[in-house]
Design a binder for this molecule. Structure first.
Ligand code: SF4
Length: 125
């Protein structure tokens, strides 16, 4: 039997979960709602996270745009995701929800913009 104490990240309350793994059975206690129970099971079987970062912008009024994965990705893909985003450059203008990178780290999850970046005025135009 293995017992793990984890904090639910489903909302700011942060319930302290106890997850007991025994043979093929996983029991979660300490949750206040369904999200906590699902999180507890997922955290010990297939831990995932939403990744937030920034990406370089060409010709923008700001040099970077904040981005995030559209949904959570496996924890063991986070490093690869961050590496791919480091090499990524987008052209301004950028709108919220624009797809910045498709299928990041082979996860079938897209990375999207979470901020508007206008294009710099062309001094010659
Ligand atoms: S179990 Fe429910 S109430 Fe508790 S932290 Fe998770 S989401 Fe929030």
């Amino acid at each position: 039997m293995e017992e793990r104490k984890i904090t639910c990240i489903g909302c700011p309350i942060g319930c302290l979960l106890t997850v007991v793994i025994e043979k093929d059975e996983i029991t979660v206690t300490g949750h206040t709602c369904r999200i906590g129970k699902e999180y507890g099971v997922k955290e010990v079987t297939h831990p995932c996270r939403i990744v937030t970062s920034t990406v370089k912008v060409n010709q923008g009024v700001e040099h970077v745009v904040s981005v995030k994965t559209e949904s959570d990705i496996p924890k063991d893909k986070i490093f690869e995701c961050i590496q791919e985003l480091k090499d990524c450059v987008v052209e301004a203008p950028v709108s919220i929800n624009d797809i910045i990178l498709e299928n990041v780290a082979g996860t079938h999850v897209n990375v999207i913009a979470t901020k508007i970046i206008e294009r710099k005025e062309d001094p010659h135009g």
